[in-house]
Every structure is written in C-alpha cells, then in structure tokens.
Write a protein that binds this ligand. Structure first.
Ligand SMILES: Cc1cc2nc3c(=O)[nH]c(=O)nc-3n(C[C@H](O)[C@H](O)[C@H](O)COP(=O)(O)OP(=O)(O)OC[C@H]3O[C@@H](n4cnc5c(N)ncnc54)[C@H](O)[C@@H]3O)c2cc1C
Length: 394
C-alpha cells in the first residue's frame, strides 16, 4: 500500500490518503524475515513466476513492470544497499526491516501523502463513479481506491481479511482462503524426540486420497508436532488435513537403498545394519529411532536382515508416510492462499474488471509466493502496477 502510494504521488495534483488500521503502518513488514526483511530473491522474471503456485501467469506483468532487479535498484537509490544471503535471498544490508519501512514512510511524507492512523476502514461503497470509504466515523470520497489490506495471516498485525469483505460487497468473488507458508502437524508424530533435526534437500511427495498431487525437494525440519522447513512451507498452500506426505528421510528412494543393500550384504555380510545406514546422510539419532520403531537390533548383521525387515525399513527411510493431522493456522502461517479472485482483476493494471477505479495490491489478491522474498516482491510489484494503472487512466 505504501509503495503504491509513493508511486501514485509521482503524478502531480493527485491527493493521496493512506488509511491504516494500526497506529503505524507496516506491522507485518517489520516481522518479515524475523525482522531482517527478506525483501526479494535473485532470479529473472520467468524464474520468479514459478514461485507463486498456479498464479504464475497472473503475476508476470506486474513482476515485469517492477522486477526483482528494479527492487534492488530502488532500495539502492534510497540509500538501502542490499545483500544476497543463502539460496539467493535478498535482504537490506543492515538486516533491518525498519530501515526499509522508515524510508517508505519518509518518501510518502516528502511527496505530500496524507495518513490516517488508528483508523480501521469499515465500509467501501461505490456509487455513480465515486467511492465512499468509511473509517472511524469519518467518510472519504474518491474516484479511485486501492485495497491493499493484506491477507489473513498473523491477524494481530492488522491484516485480518477485511479486504475480502470490501471486495465481496462490491461484487467480487473470493477464492476460499487457507494458511500458506505454514508448518504441518502430523498425526501421532513419531519423531517428537528428534524435534530440531533438519535434513538437506529431501524429496517430499503430497498425496490426496491416495493420488500423487505434488512433489518437490528442499530442506525439512522436524518440529515437536510435525514438519516444517522451506519445502514444507512452500507446499503448505496445497496441503489439507488427511493428506499424506511421503518424505525421503534418507535422501534416497527405497529401491536404491535396496539395491545398495543387496550389493553390500554380498560383499560385507558381517557389517551391522546401523553401520550400513551410515552410508546415507541420515542423522545418527534418526537411525537409532527408526531401527527401534522397526524392532531391528542395530547390531544385527546385514546378512541376517530378513526381506520383510528390509522392505519395511527402506520404505520408512525412502518414503516415510506422514499423515497430516492439521496445517498450522493463520496465527502461525506467513501468508494466505486464496483471496480476491484473479480472474476479476486486470493483471496489467490491478484494476477490478467489475468496478472501474477499484484496484487491488498485495496479498489481498489470490496470490501467495514461496518463502524466500517472493511475497514482498509481489506486494511491491502489484502496488507499482496499480499506481501505473491509476496514472495511465488519469
Ligand atoms: C512472520 C512473517 C514473516 C514474513 N517474512 C517474509 C519475508 O521475509 N519475505 C517475504 O517476501 N514475505 C514475508 N512475509 C509475508 C509478507 O510480509 C506479506 O506477504 C506482505 O507483508 C504482504 O503485504 P501487503 O501490503 O499485501 O499486506 P500487509 O503487509 O499485511 O499490510 C496490510 C495493511 O493493511 C492494514 N489494514 C488491514 N485491514 C484494514 C482496514 N480495515 N482498515 C485499514 N487498514 C487495514 C493492515 O493493518 C496492514 O498494515 C512474512 C509474513 C509473516 C507473517
């Protein structure tokens, strides 16, 4: 919303008002990247579009209008140098979200943008080409309105889904929302004692009603009650209760382990199963727990392991089937999947196809990005696109 306002203000003679529910703007932004603000990611626009689930086509024009490179330039021009961290994530060099937020607020102030803080909008009515926005007993009228009220995650930050209500009241459909970038809780999670253990680059396959729905690779984390880590967070937009997540805990498929095992038991039959499993990138504590769960003595020679034992063991290590009890709710999810229906928004301008002069920007739209800076980039790119659309329309 702030970046949209800054860009609208480049048009002279426009009066711009930002109405914010909280006593100051950007409460969620300040939490981003645990306060360090993972603001964007390395990569070209075509690469970026692969990080928004099935919204790739929709986000492309906005990302092209304000690219990740343009984001870095914009920050640099405003004395916020950036730095690339692990896996291509981009942060302000200071690692402080507050620096970026302060810069945006200062730009708004310098450009004469007006603010109303502590002023929740309760209603937006459109009549005869004019919007009437109600907030805290006041009514504001305008020919154009941008709804940039965020999604539903972390509702204490102010983004509690109000924008959906406004959009619906003006005839828009809302694609059902659910938490995204959320951890998952696993039914009778068998690895609670291993909470905190992480795995590099594991394959996770999502099954719905027994049918494979998605597959992806990345880092995984065991939590007290289930699974988290980038690959789980990114996949969470598709996950629901009762789904099955098959995880290659060993980083190998069961068939490959089986082939290795047969070769090794011929060559070194006296080797213990525990030593054999050390061939793989499996944390030692997990080896101990899995062997215990399978009822296999860790010191048993590989030549003595029965076919049944090895089939079950390698299935657990190659494709462990975790049943999803629940996905983390909006209090823990970092984004919202679903929102104002994309089909009803012009992707080149962010203008409503239903009400002329009504625009949307950011997470309120049915767009959610992967972890890694994709959501803030989307908020900025869509905000800039809405501003350009408004300026073009005059
Ligand atoms: C803990 C956490 C960490 C995150 N880390 C990252 C990260 O590192 N990188 C990344 O890319 N993304 C991250 N995200 C996601 C990212 O912060 C959001 O996608 C982004 O802030 C969305 O921007 P937005 O402007 O659309 O909405 P928001 O930032 O949610 O802003 C919406 C604003 O509208 C105001 N508002 C809502 N309703 C009303 C109303 N009725 N009246 C007036 N004002 C209203 C809210 O108070 C809020 O200030 C994180 C999210 C969380 C929760």
């Amino acid at each position: 919303g702030l970046f949209c306002a800054v860009n609208c203000a480049e048009k002279t003679g426009t009066r711009i008002l930002v109405i914010e529910k909280n006593i100051s703007p950007g409460k969620k932004f300040l939490l981003s990247g645990t306060g360090q603000c993972n603001i964007t990611h390395t990569g070209t626009v075509p690469e970026f579009t692969r990080h928004y689930g099935n919204a790739g086509d929709f986000v492309k024009p906005a990302l092209s209008a304000f690219t990740p490179a343009a984001m870095i330039n914009f920050l640099q021009e405003n004395d916020i140098p950036t730095v690339e961290k692990e896996n291509g994530k981009i942060f302000p060099e200071s690692m402080r979200a507050i620096d970026v937020l302060s810069m945006l607020i200062e730009l708004c102030e310098n450009r004469g943008i007006e603010f109303r803080f502590d002023s929740p909008v309760t209603d937006i009515i459109y009549k005869d080409g004019i919007f009437e926005v109600t907030s805290g007993g006041e009514k504001f009228t305008s020919e154009k309105v941008v709804v940039a009220s965020g999604g539903e995650s972390y509702p204490d930050t102010g983004s509690s889904g109000d924008g959906y209500k406004f959009a619906e009241s003006m005839g828009h459909s809302i694609t059902p929302t659910s938490p995204s970038l959320a951890p998952v809780y696993i039914r009778s999670f068998p690895f609670t004692e291993l909470s905190g253990i992480s795995f590099k680059n594991r394959t996770v396959s999502l099954f719905k009603n027994g049918k494979k729905n998605h597959s992806s690779s990345g880092d995984i984390l065991f939590t007290h009650k289930g699974l988290s880590g980038p690959v789980i967070l990114d996949m969470s937009r598709y996950i629901s209760r009762g789904d099955v997540l098959e995880v290659s805990l060993a980083g190998k498929k069961s068939e490959e382990m089986n082939t290795d095992f047969i070769a090794e038991s011929r060559a070194q039959g006296k080797k213990s199963i525990k030593t054999f499993l050390k061939n793989y990138d499996i944390p030692e504590r997990l080896i101990t727990v899995i062997l215990e769960q399978e009822g296999i003595d860790p010191l048993k020679n590989v030549s003595e392991i029965s076919k049944n034992e090895r089939v079950k063991l390698f299935k657990s290590l190659g494709e462990y089937p975790f049943i999803v009890e629940e996905k983390g709710n909006f209090n823990v999810a970092m984004a919202t999947t679903g929102g104002v229906c994309r089909d009803e928004i012009d992707k080149r301008t962010m203008e409503s196809k239903i009400i002329p002069g009504l625009y949307f920007a950011g997470e309120v739209i049915d767009v959610d990005g992967d972890t890694g800076g994709y959501n803030i980039q989307w908020a900025f790119s869509s905000g800039k696109t809405a501003a350009d659309g408004i300026k073009r329309k005059g």
